[in-house]
Structures are given as C-alpha cells and as structure tokens.
Design a binder for this molecule. Sequence first.
Ligand code: TMP
Length: 237
Amino acid sequence: MQKKAELYRGKAKTVYATESSDFLILEFRNDTSALDGQRIEQFDRKGMVNNKFNHFIMNKLEEAGIPTQMERLLSDNEVLVKKLDMVPVECVIRNRAAGSLVKRLGIEEGTLLNPPIFDLFLKDDARHDPMVNESYCETFGWVSKENLAEMKRLSYKANDVLSELFDKAGLILVDFKLEFGLFHGKVVLGDEFSPDGSRLWDKNTLDKMDKDRFRQSLGGLIEAYEEVARRIGVSLD
Ligand code: TMP
C-alpha cells in the first residue's frame, strides 16, 4: 500500500490515506507531548519503539479475540491499519489509583481498585479531555448504547489479557486508555497501546516505566520504554 494524502497530524502520530478507502497508514513520530499538547519534545527511537510495541500488543489482543484495526507493520515507524470511524470518547481502565483519579479524589497513589474502574473522557484537547459518562454518550449521540457496552466489555477483556502479560514481565499495569471505532458498523479497537497511553510500574521497585517519566520530568523515558518492550518480548531490531 502506498502513502497518499496526509489526513491528520496528531500529537505523536500522523495518519495518511492509502489507495484503498478501507485502509490507512499510521506513522509514529518521535514527538512526546504532555499538558494536552502544550509541551512537546522529541526523543530518538520513540516512533520506532512505540510502533513495534503497539503492533505487538494489538496482535496479542487480536489473538485473544479482541477485534483490532491492525493489519501489518510496513516499516520501523509505519503500520497499515483498517480505517475506522472513530468514537470521540476515550475508555480508561484503572487497576490502581494514579494520575487524575488521585488528583480528583485524593486517594493514595497505588491503591488497589477492585473491581477495576472504567472511566470515559471526551476527546477534546481544548477542554482538556473532560470526564463524561455513559449517559452523556447516549444523549449527545457520540456512540450508541449497544456499541458503548461492547467497548466496555472489550476494555475489561483487554485488561485481563494485558494485566497477565505485564505481570509475567514483572510489571504492574496500573491503568491504560483505549480508543475504539466502527469498521463497517462493528466495534474495533483503534489508535495505539503503548507506554504513552498507559501506566506501567516495576513490580519490585514500583519505578514508573511509562510517560509519567516525561510528565514528571524523571528522565530515562526511552530507556524505560525499551526495557518494557524487551521484558514482554517485543523485537526492536
Ligand atoms: P489519567 O490519570 O490522566 O486520567 O489517565 C489515565 C490513563 O489513561 C493513563 O495511563 C494515561 C491515559 N490517558 C491517555 O493516554 N490520554 C488521555 O487523554 C487520557 C485522559 C488518559
């Protein structure tokens, strides 16, 4: 498949059309952003690491019966994916308290959340991705009740698969964000899964191995991403 027109430039990826209306090419760039895109820096190898990381995870999820947009790796920083009609709502699963949950409720970071929490955020950088709920989705027509129920089911299923995968690699899956879309009417997982949109802590040291290293200026961002990739078996060569 050939790259055609640039359709959309996100904070860390650029989306290109292809000669087929059913497929897109995602290009993972070296950019890392925080504060809804107000702070952006480049890190060598980041595009490659996240592209291969995402490809690996999406394949694991697909094998577990979760439909994903993944088709195939095209290069170090490009993948071919199905073109989805994206739902403008982010699904977040939280196994432990961190980030905005800690800020909002004052719960101690790391507190186990049982059962894991399912949160929804509207994709709207200008309004800092406000938290919404299932009722908002229905009223504003962002996604049907049935499709949202499927997104929730698939998010919890992904949590089961990925919590086990990271646990075996000595890592705690603290929380993560997923984005879904519709492909010919069916709910399919899109966007990416990488340490940019998840929190991963070392099981023994509780070291942060994800984008919080950038958000909190801890340093060693790419080294941490590569360590996580190595532990779960992603080939970065
Ligand atoms: P939060 O603690 O900021 O609500 O984020 C929860 C998890 O979801 C965390 O792993 C980061 C991820 N996330 C994104 O990647 N993008 C977003 O826009 C939001 C709201 C969360």
